[in-house]
Design a binder for this molecule. Sequence first.
Ligand SMILES: *Cc1c(COP(=O)(O)O)cnc(C)c1O
Length: 400
Amino acid sequence: MSTPEHPSAESSPREEFASTGTGPADSDGDATRVVRAGLPEEEPYAPPLPGPVFAAHYHLPGDPAGAPYAYGRDSNPTWTGLERAIGELESPGDDRVETVAFASGMAAISAVLLSQSRPGSAVVLPDDGYNLLIPLRERLEGFGVEVRTAPTAADAQLERLDGASLLWIESPSNPGLDVCDIRRLAEAAHERGALVAVDNTLATPLGQRPLALGADFSVASGTKALTGHGDVLLGYVTCRDPELAASVRHWRKIVGAIPGPMEAWLAHRSLATLDVRTRRQAGNALAVAEALGARPEVTGVRHPGLPGDPAHEQAARQMHRFGCVVSFTLPDKDFAERFLAGLRLVDDATSFGGVRTTAERRGRWGGDAVPEGFIRMSVGVEDAADLVADVRRALDAAAG
Ligand SMILES: *Cc1c(COP(=O)(O)O)cnc(C)c1O
């Protein structure tokens, strides 16, 4: 913490992987781009997506300077393919964009916050963001960093920016689903010399492009909707400034928060369905949110795609699709537990973004400032009519 992270000597391996005739064109739509994202140049009799490379070290004769692959904690060809793919989706047609993959979303978040903070510097966090931002805040303060917080809604973080060096945005926020004006906040932060990072986990790169909205870093957990099958933990940081990318990459090397090659490969493989999954999920989430909104025992239904949601107008200005999460409140804890137990098609599980619908009572964790009957539901890719029927049936059963 006491020494600034300087861009490291190791080179980015992305040049070595650079393609090609198979890469997407700027004019291609999302569904077209995701099936080709990050693929290497076509080669006769080679697989379209090369399998995972398991290597702790690589053959390395002579001078290691500029070697794309030397040691397994620094770089791996399977990461390179995934990083290239995510970069293409976060910032299409952008040659300068660089992505650094991490072992988890928290590894990626910690890498940005810890590599870009110094003793005496000030960081602005949301006070309604991912619950591990709270222990991370304590850690930052222990290192002598001033941490300020404000809610995501109504761009309240604007008021805390004077003298800050880093603004952390989470929009939509998890689990409250509030949305802020990313462009407005980024401009205000830049005027004051602060860097801007956006947690893009909930939206995915197809739902929102933080770099185009002015952010310096787009950071996300790939554990959720990006990979979408509930079988991988992963995180990433995408940015455009090569020095920022190098400092985040160097942080990964120092702390060793690296993704396994198998996880990176599974993630890359699952990107091909990112368009169909997120499109279907957003449609299903809206149908479920509308059905919930019609029930008198359900209050506070939130989904950014819901016309009339407090966040809808701003979400519609900066998001391309509205995500899979619906949150709402049932009368009390027992009602909520009976509702969850009565669902047939909805697994009781944490996390979100998977192909199977899940839900949980957030109050069971004790970390979020939410009512006891607050439910976060992650809507999957099932048939909307089946999900809506299941939710209605479980509400009836819970009312008893
Ligand atoms: C899940 C989540 C994280 C943490 O990601 P992991 O992959 O679980 O470490 C960070 N931010 C948001 C918004 C999340 O939902």
